[in-house]
Design a protein around this ligand. Structure first.
Ligand code: UGA
Length: 457
């Protein structure tokens, strides 16, 4: 039986850790967020949030005493439930690097005592890591008692940019492990399952939402569900991208085709948006993770490899569209709008814009880039790329030979394009996200369809 409020420790203050800590405090628990990075903890203690995620600052700052931050692992001693939310970045061979999971497990082991505890893996970890964590705990401490200490897999399905809504109103909660532990997890999540909490500012409960499904499985199935879900979504996008290339060649329109097939409930409308392809820290890592897992068992996964190949081909598709109009980009000024891998985040990991800039660099273009939020981060992280950061959208357009719309930020969707286009050397726009809906005064290229016709067309 779990007390309410429960004592919860959340290890790791990245997207998943911050979201989990905020969510659990919001539904009433006493949460301690732990990170080994003193700078991050200092920021959080000052009320600053180290990442950009809409609504997260408000959620975290409104929790009062329910939420505290520390670098001191001893906080796990009093925790009923400990969440491991550390990063698992891809290692050199593409498989997730588990060093942070291993050190979190070792630190937890130091503070295990006779009290019952559930240790929850929320990081995306290779299948089999739950068992591995249990073994690490057993190896590190004699205090480990399999009748009181349990390892559970509780994968996260939130998307960056909409993390708050995704975690408060999830389609499903997946819990993998032994029954006793899953019962404790069900009690921990009761306010979320029954939706008895009051929605925080900025994340109202959607009208259509009732309650999440709770799916209880084995450890391995829960771990697999996470990978298979991301791989399937990546596959769906790559499928739309593959079809879009044929649409261009036969005169069909991918937007109409996606809408037409998506109306079949077995297929569904979402994640069929063709364009520049997927990026971000998850889809690439997880598809690659499954392929590597298959390889370990001498099992090939050709569909996933194809999804990855198609995804990277899409970057080239966009460059080819540019070359078709400009012939050569050498010395020409090409502007890329949007650097983050998707809108509403400053996350640049595996961002398609990175590949675009690097291909443009190789072709000798003079690249200008703009992003409403991610430019500062890019200055720190993309030092190996050659581009000029534009200090405003106006500056980004001035004297450009072409503009590539790479990330569909609201700022770009709602701005008045025509005055900006008038300042370009040649108004050529490659809309790599198929988001321009009405004619603008430019030659517009989209993916898998004819763009809305402007005056100059
Ligand atoms: C993804 C999953 O959607 C989440 O469910 C999962 O929890 C998360 O990974 C994770 O494993 O942590 P995320 O990477 O934040 O979330 O972003 P998505 O909204 O899924 O977008 C991924 C990429 O696909 C973006 O680059 C986006 O531009 C692209 N995309 C998305 C398309 O090209 N077409 C679409 O139709 C949808």
């Amino acid at each position: 039986q779990l007390n309410h409020p429960a004592n919860v420790a959340v290890i790791g203050t990245g997207y998943v850790g911050l979201g989990t800590a905020g969510l659990l405090a919001h539904i009433g628990h006493r949460v301690t967020g732990i990170d080994i990075d003193q700078n991050k903890i200092d920021m959080l203690l000052r009320g600053e949030v180290p990442i950009h995620e809409p609504g997260l600052d408000d959620l975290l700052s409104s929790q009062g005493d329910r939420l505290t931050w520390t670098t001191d692992y001893s906080a796990v001693r009093d925790a009923d439930v400990i969440f491991i939310c550390v990063g698992t970045p891809p290692g050199l061979d593409g498989t997730p690097d588990l060093q942070y999971v291993v050190s979190a497990a070792a630190s937890i082991a130091e503070y295990l005592n006779g009290n019952a505890k559930v240790i929850v893996n929320k990081s995306t970890v290779p299948i089999g890591t739950g068992d591995y964590v249990q073994r690490l705990l057993e190896d590190h401490t004699r205090a480990f008692d399999p009748t009181r200490h349990f390892v559970v897999s509780n994968p996260e399905f939130l998307r960056e940019g909409t993390a708050l809504g995704d975690s408060l109103y999830p389609d499903r909660i997946v819990l993998g492990g032994q029954m006793e532990a899953l019962e404790i997890m069900t009690q921990l999540y009761a306010p979320l399952i029954d939706q008895t909490f009051s929605p925080p500012k900025g994340a109202p409960r959607p009208e259509w939402f009732t309650r999440p499904a709770v799916i209880k499985t084995s450890l391995q199935s829960a771990e697999m569900i996470k990978y298979a879900a991301n791989a399937f979504l990546a596959l769906k996008i790559s499928f739309a991208n593959e079809i879009s290339g044929l649409c261009e060649r036969v005169g069909a329109d991918i937007e109409e085709v996606a809408a037409g097939i998506g109306m079949d409930q077995r297929i569904g409308q979402r994640f069929l948006q063709a364009g520049l392809g997927w990026g971000g820290s998850c889809f690439g890592k997880d598809t690659q993770g499954l392929i590597s897992a298959g390889r370990e068992h001498q099992y090939e996964m050709p569909i996933l490899q194809a999804a990855i190949d198609i995804n990277y081909r899409q970057r080239r598709v966009i460059i080819d569209k540019l070359l078709r109009h400009l012939k050569t980009v050498k010395g020409k000024r090409v502007t890329v709008l949007g650097m983050a891998f998707k809108p509403n985040t400053d996350d640049l990991r595996d961002a398609p814009t990175h590949d675009l800039i690097s291909q443009l660099n190789r072709l000798g273009a003079s690249v200008t880039a703009h992003d409403p939020i991610a430019m500062k981060r890019a200055e720190r992280e993309w030092t190996h790329l050659n581009y000029t950061p534009a200090s405003s959208i106006q500056e980004a357009f001035e004297r450009a030979d072409a503009v590539i719309l790479a990330t569909e930020w609201d700022d770009y969707m709602t701005m008045d394009w025509n005055p900006l286009l008038a300042t370009m050397r040649r108004p050529l726009v490659i809309d790599a996200r198929n988001v321009i809906r009405s004619p603008i005064n430019a030659l517009v290229e989209q993916v898998g369809r004819d763009a809305p016709r402007g005056e100059r067309r």
